[in-house]
Design a protein around this ligand. Sequence first.
Ligand code: ADP
Ligand code: MG
Length: 355
Amino acid sequence: GADLELRGVSKRFPGFTAIEELDLTIPAGSFFALLGPSGCGKTTTLRIVAGLEEPTTGRVLIGGKDVTDAKPFQRPVNTVFQSYALFPHMTVIENIAFGLRRRRIEDPLGKAREALRLVELENVAQRRPAQLSGGQQQRVALARAIVNRPALLLLDEPLGALDLKLRRQMQLELKEIQAQVGLTFLHVTHDQEEAMTMADTVAVMNKGRIEQMGAPEELYERPRTAFVANFLGQSNLFGGKVVSSSDESIVVDVHGYRVEVPRARSQRHSGEVAVGVRPEKIELHANEPVPASGINIVGPGRVTDVSFSGVSTSYQVSLPGLGVVTVFAQNRSFGPVVHEGEQVWLSWHVEHGFG
Ligand code: ADP
Ligand code: MG
């Protein structure tokens, strides 16, 4: 694999800016996900990397080489789209060998067979695309892209057409294949779970800009903006005012509640701030907990909804001044911990908050 670098890349369409001053470096051999809502500029970014779209400003470098003015076929890049666009009249193996034949590459069938082995489809080599399931077709499309050994593989929502269960399975397979072939993968998706499961680095994109970039755990545990906090899973965010701060933490007054946030996990240390805590980090208590250092306690509040979903239960708790707080609890025992209408207190470890 090769590394990819975008330097100050913008794309303006008449009357609309799709991408704004994008700076991005993707290390060789990494699995990188560009994550963002529909319309945020993901596909436009990929098309610029592939050479299908010309950037209005900025440069594109692949493996250290400036390819901004290179034609698509001159770039060491292949793209897998959501619509696989396989040739319907050709067998699976011919679909994969087609590009190799055209470029007069030696032993196209041998190489195609090897690619099919990688995606575990040797047994359907002689079938036509219409005789395959959606997941199998997707794997053929992947094999066809990989057989060229591009330095950089671009994936534009390639699993979008598959049903949930198959998508989850393909996510793991794709990750395995990437590890085996060692190519650089740039994967575009609007599915936060998919991005976090597969990628070693995730860039969260919003309105043509990257809001935050980092390892999945880092983005989840230390989101720097409300957009990132809410796009990657669910968050409870409270507005408050800093009343004191030390080297270790800041103390925020949130509607009369004292909420402490580690200084290292907060961006502002005075004035008005937003503090957040993930639903699964909160504990529910039927009785008022004894205050302890390192623990934030708020309450009492009232349980307004209990939604059981098998692995976990989601509770909505209404607290005067704070609004409605969401709490997820793992169902380690039978039945809910508390019931609708009951009074509860909430607590969480100071280190689990962010601001
Ligand atoms: P995503 O892939 O994240 O859903 P896109 O990159 O496809 O987003 O599009 C980003 C924005 O740019 C969208 O608002 C889209 O309507 C706009 N856009 C994309 N291509 C064109 C074009 N050729 N002309 C005008 N606007 C475009
Ligand atoms: Mg798109």
